[in-house]
Structures are given as structure tokens and as C-alpha cells.
Write a protein that binds this ligand. Sequence first.
Ligand SMILES: O=c1ccn([C@@H]2O[C@H](COP(=O)(O)O)[C@@H](O)[C@H]2O)c(=O)[nH]1
Length: 234
Amino acid sequence: MTPAPIAVALDAPDLETAARWASLVTPHVSTVKVGLELYLRYGPDVIASVRGASGVQVFLDLKLHDIPNTVAGATKAVARLKPAFLTVHAGGGAAMIRAAVEAAPQTRIAAVTVLTSLSETDLAVIGLQGPPQDAVRRLAALAVGAGAQALVCSPMEVAAVRAEVGEGITLITPGVRPAGAASQDQARVATPERALADGADLLVIGRPITGSADPGASAAAIAAALRRTSLSRP
Ligand SMILES: O=c1ccn([C@@H]2O[C@H](COP(=O)(O)O)[C@@H](O)[C@H]2O)c(=O)[nH]1
């Protein structure tokens, strides 16, 4: 069976736990995601540990955000690990995004538009008035114009982003919660089924899977639900 378009966020306290989660979920999902917690604690070796024998696709979520020269250097440094995706913050501007794209021709640079943990009220406090969708669309267009091949947005905006950037750009959505699951620190959330139906290509799901008693079974259940949804679509 084809693995579901899910990136499981391996936000684990230690490498053994992350590698165990990765081996439990990889029969069911296409991707595992390494973020700041794991990478800053263990460094580049973490990639081989979670990739394991399965060779699953790795998404390196470092959210780089600095001047273009520094981001280019950092991108080159991690490109040798061959992640399928590397994140940068779209708010770093066009020159910074372009620097990352040019530094890693084999890696898809994914620009994070507006963090899914931020609500409309949070955005107003940092000077971004109006619906989050407005800022997300603006940053999405800027990032694609600068060469980003993928975008990170909330599932609540994914349809609007797709309309803005068209086909051919990979849309990645964190802030995904199965029906009834707690949103925790995520502010802009939707279900996996909704995210996929609205045009997401890859769903990032962490704690609803890794915080469950059986991460393998939870990943399999979400993957099966997504399969049913796509089969029922005309
Ligand atoms: O806007 C963003 C960008 C990245 N993330 C990351 O995704 C996962 C989500 O984990 P959950 O446990 O499913 O909430 C996490 O690693 C974040 O760093 C995001 O949530 N929002």
C-alpha cells in the first residue's frame, strides 16, 4: 500500500524515542520530520538515525531566518544530509529565500508563511492586522516568486494558497488535528480529511500520533481515513 502523504513530527526528548517512532510509523506514512528540538540536541547524525533501514523521506524543519549569506551557508551545510525538504521563514524576504534555493539545488526549500500557532489576535499584536489568510497569501506569493518549491501554511488557508500559487508547488500543512483531538498550542487547525480535500500535498502531524499509546496504530488509522476520503471523492 502506498504510504499516506503525512510527515510525522518527531519532536522527541531523545534519539532512541525518535528512532522508535520513525520505525513504527514508516510503513504507513511517506515522511518523517526532524525539527529544532532533535536537531539542536543531536546534530546531523539524527538524520541517519531516523531514516533507518527504510530510507523514508526526511523533512528537515529548521525554519532558517537570517541574512541571505548566513542562510546560504547554513543551507549548504545541511544539504549534504539530503533532506527532501528544508524550511526557511518566508518573512526573511525574497533575497534570503533565493539564497537558500540556490544553495541547495537537490532539496526542496519550503517557506513557512505564518506559523500555525498564531491566531488573528496574535498577528495583530505583531503588526499584521486582518485575517491571517491575507498575510499567508502575500508571503506565499513572495516565496514562490523567489523560487521556493514548497510552502508551509495552515490547513485553514491551503485552498486560498493553492488559488494564489497554482499547481506545481508542494503545500505542506501543520496544524492538523483528527476530529475531537485537542488543538494544544496550535491556533489554526483542521482535520486531515479537510486539509487533503482543500489541496494540501503533505500533512504534518506530530502529537496526535506520537503522543498516543501506539504511534504505529494511530498513523495507520489516519492513513486509512485519508485513503477512504480520497476514494470517495469524485
Ligand atoms: O507553522 C508551523 C510550522 C511548523 N510546525 C511544526 O509542525 C509540527 C506540528 O506538531 P503537532 O504536534 O502536530 O502540533 C511541529 O514540529 C512544529 O514545529 C508547526 O506546527 N506550524
